[in-house]
Structure formats: C-alpha cells, structure tokens
Write a protein that binds this ligand. Structure first.
Ligand code: C2E
Ligand code: MG
Ligand code: MG
Ligand code: MG
Length: 280
C-alpha cells in the first residue's frame, strides 16, 4: 500500500498521513499485548423482540482500555489488529468469554463478531468448535456475525462458514447494505440472519424515500427466509416504522446500550414456552 501511494506521489508527503501511520503502528504494538496485560473486556448489547421489547439475545462487543489513551473505540483498533494479526488471538478470547457467559445465562443465544482475517485462518472451524467444547455451549446458541466483504472478497471463508453452520452455529451478515457486493451471492450463502446497518435505520423519518432501502432489505430477507435484525434503533418512531415494515428483531440505544454482563438484568431474557432457547 505504502509503495503504491508513493508511486502516485501523494500520501507520502502528507504529514498528517505520516503521523497517522506512526500512530497506527504504535497502536498496533499496543493492541498486540493488550490481551495479556488485561486491558480488554467485553460488553453485551441486548437484541430484542420489536413487538414487546423483550430481550432475546446479546451481541458481544469488545472494549479496550488503553493505559495512556483511555478507551479506544473498536472501529479504530480492530482494523489495526486485523492487519497485524492480533485479532486472531483476541477474537478467540472474545468468543471464549461470550460462550462462558451464555452458559451462565442459561437459555440465551449470544452473538460474536468474526473478523475477515479470522475467517481466513485454516484452523478457524477447529478453534471455534474447541471453544464450544471447552465451555459446554450448545452450538445452536451461538451466532457468528460476519460482514458482506468477509463473505464476498474472501472466498476461502465460505467453506469455513458452511462447516460451522453444519454444526448448528448460525451465521449473520453484519452491516448489511454497506458493502459493495452484488445481491445474487446471497441466495448461495450459508446465512441465517441479516442485520440491517444503522445508517438505514437512521434514515427512517416517516417518508417513503427514507424507508425505501430499509423496506427493500426487509423484503429481501423475508424472501430468503432469513431473520432480520435492525441495528442502531434510537427512537420509538424508528422502532414503530421497522415493525410496520415487518422487521421483527432489533438492537439500539432505545432498548439498551452495551453493558458489562453483571449490569444487565438477565432475568428479563426470554425462553420459548418449551423452555428451549429462542431462535434469533
Ligand atoms: P457492529 O458489529 O455493527 O456492532 C454494532 C455497533 O453499533 C457497536 O459499536 C454498538 O455499540 C453500536 N450501537 C448499538 N446501538 C447503537 C445505537 O442505537 N446508536 C449508535 N450510534 N450506535 C449503536 P462498537 O461497540 O463501537 O463496535 C463497532 C464495531 O467494531 C462493531 O460493529 C464491529 O464491527 C467491531 N467489533 C466490536 N467488537 C468486536 C469483536 O469482538 N470482534 C470483531 N472482529 N469486531 C468487533
Ligand atoms: Mg456486529
Ligand atoms: Mg453491525
Ligand atoms: Mg458496524
């Protein structure tokens, strides 16, 4: 990348770019040791039934408390950890935390983000199954969230997802609609859940234009028999509009922000009448 930018005679002489690279390199070294130094923890955001706001599940989200910089947002450090490979060990640690927590919570399912780099690891299927075995979590209670680009760009990831799914683990496409993929791949993908990115939820404002893309995504998801989850719901109006459009699941600040496990009221989490965990 650096070479290419240089040959175009651009970025190399831009001091802000140089600063940024230096800062990223420093962060990369710090994130590589953050796990062993105990600077990482996970928080959980409930995923709710949009009809009654009942929590059905939780998404696991990583947090980093940097010793000098304080909290660094995942959007900032995850891409760096992807590039230097630190995400592999960190991602498995997050999965381990989430599975342990889900076992403790009894009949809930838990969702964990899986980075494209992790999906490229030849041992990923084995590693995920090992965590499930070690923690005793039923594979049907685990959802792995991957982005469109992880599925489309990195073809090698598809057999891994297919294998994981054959063990009962469910797969969600995260941030749907923000990638640059074509739609025809969707019918062939090993996928169970489609998460509508919050940029679309944000545009819901009572106009048909604002709702057009969201509605199209919901219809597409329904036609493919996928569960639809809307992300980033912040207002009652957005929730009402999503319900009207036929979206059944959601998450967002309206319902709950991400919290450490012990701060969430797990008794409100629902089991189906049979006592079986709710499907996503
Ligand atoms: P994501 O997987 O799409 O997660 C949803 C993000 O939206 C989270 O940001 C969450 O805190 C935020 N969010 C939830 N509800 C609302 C809302 O109502 N309004 C707004 N404005 N935001 C809301 P967060 O925790 O900062 O994570 C950002 C991204 O970092 C995640 O997006 C995911 O792509 C990545 N990430 C987080 N944890 C992990 C992890 O353990 N592994 C990997 N590979 N990626 C992770
Ligand atoms: Mg996610
Ligand atoms: Mg998302
Ligand atoms: Mg996101």
């Amino acid at each position: 990348h650096a070479k290419r930018a240089g040959s175009h005679g651009m970025a190399v002489h831009d001091p802000s770019m140089t600063d940024r690279r230096a800062a990223d390199a420093a962060l990369g070294e710090d994130i590589a040791v953050a796990l062993e130094r105990g600077q990482l923890h996970v928080v959980y955001q409930p995923i709710v039934d949009l009809e009654d706001g009942r929590p059905l599940a939780a998404e696991t989200l990583l947090r980093w408390q940097h010793p000098r910089l304080g909290p660094v947002p995942p959007d900032q450090f995850i891409p760096i950890a992807e590039r230097n490979g630190a995400i592999n060990a960190i991602g498995l640690w997050v999965l381990d935390q989430a599975c342990r927590q889900a076992v403790e919570w009894d009949a809930r399912y838990v969702s964990v983000n899986l980075s494209p780099r992790q999906l490229q690891e030849p041992t990923i299927v084995h590693d995920v199954l090992a965590v499930l075995r070690r923690t005793g979590l039923d594979p049907e209670r685990l959802v792995l969230e991957v982005t469109e680009s992880a599925i489309v760009d990195e073809n090698a990831g598809i057999p891994a997802l297919r294998a994981l799914r054959s063990y009962g683990i469910r797969i969600a496409i995260d941030d749907f609609g923000t990638g640059y993929s074509s739609l025809h791949y969707l019918t062939r993908m090993p996928v169970d859940i489609l998460k509508i990115d919050r940029t679309f939820v944000n545009e819901l404002n009572g106009t048909s234009e604002g709702a057009a893309v969201t509605e199209a995504v919901i219809r597409l998801s329904q036609a493919l028999h996928l569960t639809t989850i809307a992300e980033g719901i912040e207002t009652e109006e957005q929730a009402a509009e999503l319900r009207e459009l036929g979206c059944t699941r959601g998450q967002g600040y309206l319902y709950a922000r991400p919290h450490p496990a012990e701060e969430l009221d797990w008794n409100r989490f629902a089991t189906s009448p049979s006592g079986q965990p709710c499907t996503p």
